[in-house]
Ligand binder design. Structure first.
Ligand code: GLC
Length: 426
């Protein structure tokens, strides 16, 4: 066939291709509502500028991990081909892999590349030897405190939880400010409650469940004691009862309004708490590791978000182009600098610009690396739902029967954990 003939035959095909038609190829990215929308707008604009002809359509879901999980899994259960890329909480990859929802990324994301990331999030994204997500940033629970108030009353940041309660009570008694409360955290019934409660439970020598014996452990004395501490000493003594309905944004708002002495949150809260346009306590905020129980160790829950590609996407290669751009050192740096997020790429903890803006990242690196992951299993979400109901009812009512609630939650968890026994493995 002559060259001109082949061109003539190919021409209609070429003309109909999206680029010639001037139409853009779209990929749909499903994400949550951010407290730093501009950072994400910018990242997407940068991607589009670097990839002419590709348009990223963003679908913004709820901020809460629990509600966002419902949205993404609904689409995956429906095999919705429209969703190409989605955010995954660090606890989801095993579930999404086992269900066949997330595309294995091994051909795009080889071990040498994975080695540039922190170990824990890579492990969380690995299921039966394959990798299902690329970590974008990590989270670890931190203690925020009012530097000015502690200094005024002669305290240094508390090392233990009972010390934190005592300091909060002393500050409240002396400050004589009816608006001021002692502690703000996330105690609503949702995934954030597990992150908060796990810090007390593991800090007191307990566990969420026994991953080897596949048995519930919530009824054990160390767990019951930690839950009682939260009910009686934190919620009962120093927190407003409103914390029982707080997720991250509401609990941070209380602290940023100058209405809490102490606050538990992820690293991003630093950026907001110290922004004079968003906070009344900018410049008066300190941040350190979470307290321990006397004689025990401080425990910080590992969180963080990854990008995954839907197995039902019709454009996996384009989707990968986007995932790889968003998780690149350049973008993780941008997200760290302007969104206050702790990078998942190791090298960025030695980056001069990041350390200039967030010098504390250097000392916090150990806390990030030692943060404890929630156990990795495809049945994480049903287990979490049982724990959320238990923790919530145990801490919300002053006279709750913690032992009996814990026994029944443990039994319910046993039934879910039975699914993991040999022969019935999903
Ligand atoms: C943060 C963490 C995530 C956790 C969630 C709970 O987004 O990164 O891992 O599940 O908070 O609210």
């Amino acid at each position: 066939m002559s060259l001109s003939l082949s061109i003539a035959l190919l021409l209609p095909v070429l003309l109909l291709s999206p680029l010639f038609l001037g139409a853009e190829t779209q990929i749909r990215f499903v994400t949550w509502k951010s407290q730093f929308p501009k950072v994400w707008d910018q990242a997407i604009a940068d991607f589009e500028a670097a990839n002419p002809g590709i348009k990223v359509t963003r679908e913004i879901g709820p901020h809460s991990s629990t509600d966002f999980h419902d949205l993404v899994t609904q689409k995956l259960k429906n095999r919705d081909p429209e969703m190409d890329v989605f955010f995954m909480d660090v606890i989801w990859p095993a579930e999404f892999a086992a269900a066949g929802w997330a595309l294995p990324l091994d051909r795009y994301f080889p071990p040498a590349e994975r080695g540039k990331f922190l170990v824990a999030p890579i492990l969380a994204n690995t299921y039966r030897g394959q990798i299902y997500g690329v970590p974008l940033f990590i989270d670890a629970g931190m203690l925020y405190y009012r530097k000015d108030l502690l200094a005024q009353y002669g305290f240094s940041p508390p090392r233990t939880w009972p010390e934190l309660v005592a300091q909060a009570k002393a500050v409240l008694a002396k400050a004589n400010d009816p608006q001021l409360t002692g502690f703000s955290g996330q105690f609503k019934q949702y995934e954030g409650l597990i992150c908060n409660m796990m810090e007390y439970v593991l800090g007191n020598g307990g566990a969420l469940w026994d991953a080897d014996a596949l048995k519930g452990t919530l009824h054990r004395p160390e767990v019951v004691e930690a839950v009682r501490f939260v009910r009686d000493r934190i919620i009962g003594e120093i927190s407003p009862r409103g914390v029982l309905a707080y997720q991250e944004p509401e609990s941070l708002a209380l602290f940023a309004q100058g209405r809490a002495v102490f606050h538990r949150n992820w690293p991003y809260a630093w950026e907001i708490a110290n922004d004079p346009e968003r906070s009344r306590v900018a410049g008066k905020v300190g941040m350190t590791v979470l307290p321990a129980f006397p004689g025990g160790k401080s425990v910080s829950t590992l969180g963080g978000w990854q990008l995954g590609i839907s197995r039902f996407s019709r454009k996996p290669d384009l989707a990968w182009r986007f995932v790889s751009f968003m998780s690149s050192p350049r973008m993780q740096k941008q997200i760290a600098l302007y969104g206050g997020r702790a990078p998942a790429l190791r090298a960025l903890y030695r980056d001069a610009d990041i350390l200039k803006k967030r010098p504390e990242f250097e000392t916090q690196f150990d806390t990030f690396v030692n943060a404890v992951p929630r156990p990795r299993t495809p049945v994480y979400v049903p287990l979490s739902n049982i724990m959320q109901r238990f923790f919530s009812s145990a801490i919300a009512l002053r006279d709750s029967n913690i032992e009996s609630l814990a026994r029944s939650a443990s039994r319910d968890m046993d039934r879910v954990l039975d699914l993991l026994r040999e022969g019935t493995r999903p």
